[in-house]
Design a protein around this ligand. Structure first.
Ligand SMILES: C[S@@+](CC[C@H](N)C(=O)[O-])C[C@H]1O[C@@H](n2cnc3c(N)ncnc32)[C@H](O)[C@@H]1O
Length: 214
């Protein structure tokens, strides 16, 4: 995507400006699974996942405008009405636009590892934001986490489990590769080169979990 020019139209400007959760049924014109992706990058997963299941309502966040606008353009070009891209910082917008217990699935795939101490604050899986994400999932809702960085995989899984996400495979256990799942853009490369990818599929068990103040 590096040779693609920056498209002029901002992605998801109206959604990013919301200060409270909208009526998603009305906004998408239908009911269906409500899914969030944080950091969709070039959108390989989002586009393919929504192509395979047009009933999904999918909100993909990406703060790099070139990627966000291009993925949004491709979703429109391919008639993927279930996919909406929001250009902005997911950590700021997500808590405003999703009601507690409203999401069916959250996808976090290959988040930036932020190795420099000065960049730690940009991480998605901080204890505080992880608790926010748990509270936004429905009971039974799923968290899909993938990364190629072993250290970040183990840290991320520990933070998720500590926040209250349930790991059906047991604490600290990663999920095996599922060939039925669409790969992300970055993951496609690792599948070709056979590099290890660490995957976790966690669930929110009960409505008491992740309640504000708990
Ligand atoms: C390493 S890339 C992975 C992209 C994609 N998930 C994949 O697997 O191909 C991580 C992406 O997350 C985006 N990102 C990081 N923090 C973000 C945030 N707070 N809000 C929105 N996007 C973010 C980055 O711009 C980058 O495109």
């Amino acid at each position: 995507m590096s040779r693609i020019p920056l498209r002029p139209e901002k992605a998801g400007e109206d959604l990013a400006a919301l200060t409270s959760p909208p009526d998603w049924d009305q906004l998408f014109g239908r009911a269906g699974s409500l899914e969030l992706e944080i950091g969709c990058g070039a959108g390989g997963f989002a586009l393919e996942h929504c192509r395979r299941d047009p009933s999904i309502r999918y909100l993909a966040f990406e703060w790099r405008k070139k990627y966000a606008r291009e993925v949004s353009f491709r979703a429109q070009k391919h008639g993927l009405t279930g996919l909406k891209v929001i250009e902005g910082d997911a950590r700021i917008v997500v808590p405003k636009i999703f009601a507690p217990g409203s999401l069916d699935v959250i996808h976090l795939q290959f988040p930036d590892p932020w190795w420099k101490r000065a960049h730690f604050k940009r991480a998605i899986l901080t204890p505080d934001f992880t608790r926010v994400l748990l509270g936004l999932l429905k009971p039974g809702g799923r968290f899909d986490f993938r990364t190629d960085v072993e250290e970040r995989a183990r840290q991320g899984l520990a933070v998720l489990e500590k926040a209250g996400f349930h790991n059906p495979l047991g604490p600290g256990v990663f999920h095996p590769y599922d060939p039925e799942e669409a790969p992300s853009t970055r993951e496609r490369r690792y599948l070709v080169t056979n590099q290890p990818v660490y995957r976790a599929r966690l669930v929110r068990l009960s409505s008491a979990q992740g309640a504000v103040g708990s």
